[in-house]
Design a protein around this ligand. Structure first.
Ligand code: HEC
Ligand code: HEC
Ligand code: HEC
Ligand code: HEC
Ligand code: HEC
Ligand code: HEC
Ligand code: HEC
Length: 372
C-alpha cells in the first residue's frame, strides 16, 4: 500500500489529511493548540462539560413571573425546559456547544437535519445563564435556525445541501455526523495531504514542501486568511468559506457592496480586521498583520505585558505628556489605554430581573489615543 492510502480518510476530500496526522511531526504546536480558543470553539455537548457550569440548586432564567426556562437533567440527557404558568411547555436537548467559553457558550439542538439555537446561553462574566444574544427578553424562543454560516466560522466542516450559498437559506439541511469540531490545522493552512505524504516519504527533508508558507504571502493575503472569520458576520457570502485556503482573496468569497469589509461602522465583535485597518499603526506601517501581535498556536490571552512588548517592537520611544506618565509606568501595559475594551453594539444580554442589558466587552482593534 502506498503512503497516501495508509492515512485516515477525511470527509473534506482526498487532499485533506486530518489534524490527528499532524501531531506526529508537529507535536508542540498540536498540544498547545488543543487548549486554545480556536481549537475549543465548538464541540459536542457532554454531561461533564455541562456539569462544570451547573449549580447544585436551580439553573435557569426567569423571563417574568409566568415564564422561565430551566436546565434539567434526566436519564436521556440534559435539556432546556420552557415553563409557562408553572407548566412545562417545551423541552429541547443540548447537542452542540459554540464558543470556547472564555466569554460565552451558546448551545444548539438538532431536529432532523436542521440545527436550532437554544434560548439560554452561559455568560462567563456573570457566571450564569441568560437569554441568548439577540433573543427577545420577554419570550422564550426555541426556533432560531442556525445555518452553516455560523458553523463556517466556528467549525472546520459540515456537509450541507446549500454549501455553495452557505448560510443564506433557512431551509438548509445539514449532515449531523459530518461536523469536524473546532478550527483545525487544515482550516487555516489548507489541505495538507500531499505535504504529509511527502514528509513521511522523505524524513531527511527539513524544509516544508507542498504547504503554503504564511510568511511568503503578501500582507493582504495574510490579513484575508484571518479575515475569513474576523471580518464581521454581516457580509454577503457568495461561496462557502469552508473552501478558503491561505493565499485566496476575500473578494472571491463575499459579495462586494458599500458596507463590505467594514467600510461602514465595524463592530468590536467579530470585526478585528476592519478595526485594525482603521488604525494609524496599520495604515502607516508596511508590514503590520494580525501576526505582529498574535501567534495563533499559543494563546497569551490576558498577558498584557507580553502584548505590550509587541507594541514596543515598533515603538521604541514614545512621546507621552507628564500627565500621562504620572498615571504609572507605561511599559507594562500599553493595551488598556490604546486598545480599551468596548461594548459591542451587536451583542448584549439580559440578566433575570434587570431592565438594563449587560454589555458584552471586547478589545477595540482600532489602536489610537482614547480618553483625552
Ligand atoms: C512526516 C512529518 C510531517 C507531518 C505528518 C506533517 N508535517 Fe508539516 N512539516 C514537516 C516538516 C519537516 C516541516 C518543515 C520544518 C518545520 O517548519 O517544522 C513542516 C512544516 C509545516 C508548516 C510550516 C510551513 C512554513 O510556514 O514554513 C506547516 C504550516 C505545516 N507543516 C502544516 C502541517 C499540517 C497542517 C499537517 C497535518 C495535516 C502537517 N504539517 C503534517 C513535516 C510534517
Ligand atoms: C487560526 C489559524 C491557524 C490554525 C488553526 C493553525 N495554524 Fe499553524 N500557523 C498559522 C499562521 C498564521 C502561521 C504563521 C505564523 C507566522 O508567520 O508567524 C502558522 C505557522 C505554522 C507552522 C510554522 C512554524 C511556526 O510555528 O510558525 C507550522 C509547522 C504550523 N503552523 C502547523 C500547524 C498545525 C500542525 C496546526 C494544528 C495543530 C496548526 N498549525 C493550526 C495559523 C494557524
Ligand atoms: C475559521 C474561522 C477562523 C479563522 C480562519 C481564524 N479565526 Fe480567530 N477566531 C475564530 C473564532 C470562532 C474565535 C472565537 C473562539 C472562541 O470560541 O473563544 C476566534 C478567536 C481568536 C482570537 C482570540 C482568542 C485567543 O486565542 O486569544 C484571536 C487572537 C484570533 N482568533 C486570531 C486569529 C488570527 C490571527 C487568525 C489568522 C491567522 C485567525 N484568528 C483565523 C475564528 C477564526
Ligand atoms: C463571520 C464569522 C462568525 C460567525 C458567522 C459567527 N461567529 Fe461567533 N464568533 C466569531 C469570532 C471571531 C468570535 C470571537 C471574537 C469576537 O467576538 O469578536 C466569536 C465569538 C463567539 C462566542 C463567544 C466565544 C467566547 O467564549 O469568547 C460565541 C458563543 C459564538 N461566537 C457563537 C456563535 C453562534 C451561535 C453563531 C451563529 C448563530 C456565530 N457565533 C456566528 C466569529 C463568528
Ligand atoms: C508594525 C509596527 C507597529 C506595531 C506592532 C504597533 N504600532 Fe503603533 N504605530 C505604528 C506606526 C507606523 C504608527 C504611525 C506613526 C506616525 O504617524 O508617525 C503608529 C501609531 C500609533 C499611535 C498613534 C495613533 C494615532 O492615531 O495617531 C499609537 C497610540 C500607537 N501606535 C500605539 C500602539 C500600541 C499600543 C501598540 C501595541 C498594541 C502598537 N502601536 C503597535 C506602528 C506600529
Ligand atoms: C497591535 C497588536 C495587535 C494586532 C496587530 C492584532 N491584535 Fe488582536 N488583540 C491584541 C490584544 C492586546 C488583545 C487583547 C488580549 C487580552 O485581552 O488578553 C487582542 C485580542 C484579540 C481577540 C479577542 C477579542 C477580545 O476582546 O477578547 C481577537 C479575536 C483578536 N485579537 C483578533 C485579531 C485579528 C483577527 C487581528 C488581525 C486582523 C488582530 N487581532 C490584530 C493585539 C493585537
Ligand atoms: C495611561 C495611559 C497610557 C499608557 C499606559 C500608554 N499610553 Fe501611549 N498615549 C497615551 C496618551 C493619552 C497619549 C497622547 C499623548 C499624551 O497625552 O501623553 C499617548 C500617545 C502615544 C503615542 C503617540 C505619540 C508618539 O509617541 O508618537 C504612541 C505611539 C503611544 N502612546 C504608544 C504607547 C506604547 C507603546 C505604550 C506602552 C509602552 C503606551 N503608549 C502606554 C496614553 C497611554
Amino acid at each position: 500500500m502506498n503512503t497516501a492510502d495508509q492515512l485516515p480518510k477525511d470527509i473534506r476530500g482526498e487532499n485533506y489529511a486530518g489534524a490527528a496526522t499532524c501531531v506526529k511531526c508537529h507535536q508542540d504546536i498540536a498540544s498547545n493548540y488543543a487548549h486554545n480558543n480556536h481549537g475549543l470553539t465548538s464541540a459536542p455537548v457532554t454531561a461533564q462539560s455541562l456539569a462544570k457550569l451547573l449549580k447544585a440548586d436551580e439553573n435557569g432564567f426567569m423571563f417574568n413571573d409566568h415564564m422561565k426556562v430551566m436546565i434539567e437533567q434526566s436519564d436521556s440527557g440534559i435539556y432546556q425546559v420552557g415553563y409557562y404558568q408553572g407548566k412545562a411547555v417545551r423541552n429541547q436537548k443540548f447537542d452542540v456547544i459554540f464558543g470556547s467559553g472564555e466569554k460565552a457558550f451558546t448551545y444548539a439542538y438538532w431536529k432532523g437535519k436542521k440545527l436550532y439555537e437554544l434560548p439560554l446561553s452561559y455568560f462567563s462574566t456573570i457566571g450564569n445563564w441568560a437569554n441568548s444574544p439577540g433573543f427577545p427578553s420577554n419570550e422564550m424562543y426555541f426556533d432560531r435556525a442556525i445555518t452553516s454560516r455560523c458553523l463556517a466560522c466556528h467549525t472546520s466542516y459540515i456537509q450541507s445541501n446549500s454549501s455553495q450559498r452557505a448560510g443564506t437559506q433557512v431551509d438548509e439541511e445539514m449532515e449531523r455526523g459530518s461536523i469536524i469540531y473546532g478550527i483545525d490545522c487544515e482550516r487555516c493552512h489548507g489541505p495538507a495531504k500531499q505535504h504529509v505524504v511527502f514528509h513521511l516519504e522523505n524524513p531527511e527533508e527539513k524544509k516544508a514542501q507542498y504547504i503554503t508558507v504564511f510568511k511568503e504571502l503578501s500582507r493582504k493575503q495574510q490579513m484575508d486568511a484571518c479575515g475569513t472569520c474576523h471580518s464581521g458576520n454581516d457580509l454577503m457570502v457568495q461561496k462557502s468559506i469552508f473552501g478558503f485556503q491561505p493565499g485566496d482573496q476575500l473578494e472571491d468569497y463575499f459579495v462586494q457592496d458599500f458596507v463590505s469589509f467594514g467600510g461602514a461602522n465595524p463592530d468590536v465583535h467579530g470585526n478585528q480586521t476592519a478595526m485594525l485597518k482603521g488604525s494609524n499603526c496599520f495604515r502607516k506601517s508596511k508590514d503590520m498583520t494580525c501576526q505582529s501581535c498574535h501567534s495563533t498556536h499559543e494563546s497569551i490571552k490576558g498577558n498584557l505585558s507580553a502584548y505590550s512588548q509587541r507594541c514596543i517592537s515598533c515603538h521604541q520611544s514614545t512621546k507621552h505628556s507628564q500627565a500621562t506618565l504620572a498615571k504609572g509606568p507605561l511599559v507594562r501595559n500599553c493595551i488598556d489605554c490604546h486598545m480599551p475594551k468596548e461594548a459591542s453594539r451587536l451583542i448584549s444580554f439580559q440578566m433575570a430581573g434587570k431592565d438594563q442589558p449587560n454589555p458584552y466587552l471586547l478589545r477595540s482593534h482600532r489602536i489610537g489615543i482614547y480618553g483625552k
